[in-house]
Design a protein around this ligand. Structure first.
Ligand code: PGA
Length: 241
């Protein structure tokens, strides 16, 4: 399946294009289902949404997050619950009953994963799902070697991922070692369209492998070649000839 790429010369233009697409979608479908990503890349989109698109009514939108650390309570400043509620869900007036973030605090991880999968199933599918990619090609927290048919589950984080995310923590040793993530098969089954956001020169090589290399579980994001994807990239992330 073809990936439609949009390339922007500034972060502001990229952020506005994605925020506008989400907002226009919700304007035409007030009970839309949207998927959210976390990490450094989408923050500019959430800032643009919160700043410029607050007049759109997001109160009937159902939101799914891709993943959550295991062991960080929802009010921990580095948890993805906290990240999403503060940066996007609260500013947009999301209804807590329509927000589904994997539960990293449930002792029974399989139960938490099954609950999340059941909510996704009941939602009827995610119209637009934001996603980024890791330097090692991970998609959500599906690290290299994850099966393309994997479902929501607890995973060990790759050292590359823990190192990359250490910038968000006071002490690198505090980065959790495991997480609960939507699986690659989960995304394939439920995401109608992925909005792939990639920024920065440091992502250019892995973006090239994901989009143009072999489709292999060693590069989980290469699965995107088999899905409907709109790419939003900055110039720096584009592969050089
Ligand atoms: P980043 O993370 O946006 O913080 O680079 C992306 C990812 O790990 O998927």
């Amino acid at each position: 399946m073809a990936i439609t790429s949009h390339v922007f010369s500034t972060s502001e233009a990229l952020a506005d294009a994605v925020a506008r697409k989400l907002s226009e979608h919700v304007s035409t479908k007030p009970d839309a289902v949207l998927g959210l990503a976390t990490g450094g890349t989408p923050t500019i989109v959430y800032e643009a949404l919160a700043r410029d698109y607050r007049s759109t009514d997001f109160s009937r939108v159902t939101f799914f997050a891709l993943d959550e650390y295991i062991g960080l309570p929802p009010d921990h400043p580095c948890s993805y619950h906290h990240y999403l509620w503060h940066r996007v869900l609260k500013p947009l007036g999301a209804d807590p009953a329509r927000v589904f973030i994997p539960d990293g605090m449930d002792d029974d991880r399989q139960r938490a994963a099954a609950r999340y999968e059941a909510s996704l199933e009941a939602s009827g599918g995610v119209d637009l799902w934001l996603a980024g990619i890791g330097h090692n090609g991970h998609l959500a927290f599906n690290e290299p070697g994850s099966a393309f048919d994997s479902r929501t589950r607890d995973v060990d984080l790759n050292p590359v991922t823990r190192q990359a995310n250490a910038r968000f923590f006071d002490d690198p040793a505090d980065v959790p070692t495991c997480a609960i993530t939507a699986g690659l098969g989960t995304l394939k089954a439920h995401a109608r369209e992925i909005l792939l956001l990639v920024r920065g020169l440091d992502k250019a090589a892995i973006l090239d492998r994901a989009l143009n290399g072999p489709v292999t579980e060693e590069v989980p994001a290469s699965m995107l070649q088999t899905m409907r994807v709109s790419g939003y990239f900055d110039q720096a992330a584009m592969p050089r000839d």
